[in-house]
Design a protein around this ligand. Sequence first.
Ligand code: TMP
Ligand code: ZN
Length: 414
Amino acid sequence: MQTKDVTKVTRCRICGASGLKKFLSLGPLPTPNGYLTTNQLKQHEPEYPLDIGRCKKCGLVQLTQIVRPDIMFTNYKYIPSASKTMVKHFDEMASEIINEFRLTKKELVIDIGSNDGTLLKSFKKRGMRVLGIDPAENLAKIATKEGVPTIPEFFTSKLAKKVVKKYGKAKVVTGTNVVAHIANLVDLFKGVELLLANDGVFVAEFPYLVDLLDNVEFDTIYQEHLSYFSIKPLIYLMKRSGLHISDVRKQDVHGGSIRVFVKKGSAKKMADSVKGFLALEESKNIYKDKTYKEFADSVEEKKNQLSNLLRILKKSNYKIVGYGASARGNILLNYFGITNKTLDYIVDSTPYKQGLFTPGHHISIVSESKILKDMPDYVLLLAWNFKDEILKKQNAYRIKGGKFILIVPDVEII
Ligand code: TMP
Ligand code: ZN
C-alpha cells in the first residue's frame, strides 16, 4: 500500500520535541523540480504544502509537512554538472579531501546523493575507488554508464549494512546538498557510522541557515529541503549518533554553505571552528523568535519590490525573460505569482530541462543561446547563486545594452 503523499511532522527530526513553531507558509505549491512536457500541461498538477517552522528545543529549522520522497526524487532533472562553478567546486573538494586525509590510491569513497557522479568523477580520476548512492534512477543509470557505479536507492542504515558487506568500509563518505533531503536524520547518521572506517570522515555540505536568513534566500525553502541547518542542532544530532563534528568551513556556493567534517566517537574538545560558528549563530539571534518574524516580513517586502518593478516594466512593454529554471526559481515565481505573461521564457543550461515547462506557471524552458539572439530588454536572474558565472557568460548581451534584474541580496537592475 502506498503511504500518504504528505505527512505532518509532529516531532523535531533531531531531538524529538513536539510543538514546532511555524513561521512561514509559502504553499501550497507544486514541487519545484516537477517540470512538465507539452503533453502533461493539460493534466492536473498536484500542489503540496510548504510550511516551515523551528524547534524550540534544539533550534532546528524544518518543514512541518513533508512530501513522500519518491514523488520528488526518483526522476530528477537537477544536475550539478550544468554549472561550471559546481564542477570546479567539487573538483577542488575532492582534491582537498585526498590531500588532507592522505588518501592512498584505491581507497573507497562513497557519495550519498551522488546525482550524476560529478563529485565522484573527481575522486576517480585521482585513483580512488568510488561508489555512488542515489534514488534518481535516471541519473544513477547515466553515472554508472560513465564509470561511477551507482546504487539507485534511497540511503538508509539498512542499505549501509549491505554496502559494507559488499564493498567494505570507507575512509571517506561525502554528502553534498543531500542531508537536508533526508527525513530520518538519526537513521542517516546510523548509516554513516556503519559505512565509515574507524579513522574515516564524513564530509557534508549544505546551505547555511545564517546566510539564508541574512540574505532573505527564502527560495531555498522548498519541499525537497526538509531541514535548514545551523551548527547547534547538528551537535545535538552528532551526540545522539556517537559521532562528533571535527571541523566546519564556510563555502561560498549556493548563497552561502558550510562544509561539516564528522568523525566517529566523541570529541575530546570542541574544535575552534565549531565554537566560532556557535558564537556567530548566537550573535545573529538565530535561536530567537523575533528573527523569524523579521525574516517572514522581509520575504513579503521582497515580493512587493519585485512585483512592483516587473509591473512597471511590463506596462512599458519591455520584454522580460528568466535565467535559470532552478528549483529555487520555481518557488520564487510560483510564490510571487510571476507567470508566463511576465516572462516570455526561461533559459537554462541543463539539457534535461530544455523543451520542458516550469511547474505551476508553465513557462517554457529553452537554451541559453536564445538570449543573445533575442536581446530581451531585461533578464530576471533566477539562478542568483550562479551570478558570477552567468554574468560572465552573458557579457556580450550586457555590452549590447541588455540588463539583468537581481533578486538576492536586494532587488536591483544592473
Ligand atoms: P540550482 O540553483 O538548483 O543549483 O539551479 C541552477 C540552475 O541554473 C540549473 O538549472 C542550471 C542553471 N544554470 C544556467 O542555466 N546557466 C549557468 O550558467 C549556470 C551556472 C546555471
Ligand atoms: Zn529539536
